[in-house]
Design a protein around this ligand. Structure first.
Ligand code: PRP
Length: 207
């Protein structure tokens, strides 16, 4: 049995359909929206829905053999897992954004609000800029409006949230998309099954 951690939510539903098309269907998953674990013994798969940012934890510790996580989560938590492929869905970008009127003053420490403290820290250290990180857990866009920060580092997908809050992208840090990840030990002992899944998914990203 292959244990698969899927990110709960819209992206996870798309991801499940890719697994289904790859031949690893589990029809019961579409019927029940409160249950969290679904199994299809015949296909040899057990799926479970977890919070997107928890997927790498399940995979790193071996509770899941494989899983799907956004590149943002992988860059932020740096889990000790194999990144097998880019599923080319859930595309967005990690960006620095600020009010339109913002002009950086390099003489002052820059206040950066973000949910992605490591990504923000790495980016600003790569350009040698001193910053003060303000770690928030959501609704990051509010921070510069209320004067809590100068800029934000956050995910931009359609750009609507920024626009609605009079903010704009100042710099794209890194493109993001969903990745297939595997537990390192599982990849050794269940290589055949995991590769069958990875190949079935890859075929769809190349269509
Ligand atoms: C993400 C991100 C932005 C928004 C970007 O928020 O933090 O707020 O989506 O999408 P857009 O460019 O299409 O408007 P999410 O829904 O994950 O909520 P949270 O960050 O506030 O928790």
């Amino acid at each position: 049995m292959l244990n698969i951690a899927l990110p709960k939510g819209r992206l996870g539903e798309k991801v499940y359909l890719m697994f289904e098309r790859a031949g690893f269907e589990c029809p019961s998953i579409k019927e029940n929206n409160r249950k969290l674990i679904f199994e299809n013994e015949e296909a040899g798969v057990r799926y479970f829905w977890v919070k997107p940012s928890d997927v790498p934890i399940y995979v790193e510790r071996g509770a899941a053999d494989i899983g799907v996580a956004g590149k943002d989560i992988l860059l932020e938590y740096e889990p000790d897992v194999y990144e097998l492929s880019d599923l080319k869905i859930g595309k967005c970008a990690m960006c620095v954004a600020a009010p339109k009127s913002f002009r950086d003053n390099s003489a002052r420490t820059l206040r950066v609000a973000t949910k992605f403290s490591r990504i923000a820290g790495n980016y600003y250290s790569s350009i040698g800029r001193d910053i003060d990180i303000i770690h928030l857990n959501g609704s990051i866009e509010i921070a510069p409006i209320l004067g809590l920060s100068d800029v934000i580092v956050d995910i931009v997908e359609t750009g609507t949230t920024l626009k609605e809050n009079n903010l704009e992208v100042k710099k794209q840090i890194v493109p993001i998309s969903a990745r297939l990840i595997a537990n390192k030990a599982s990849y050794k002992f269940k290589a055949e099954q995991i590769n069958a899944v990875a190949d079935g998914l890859k075929a769809q990203t190349e269509e």
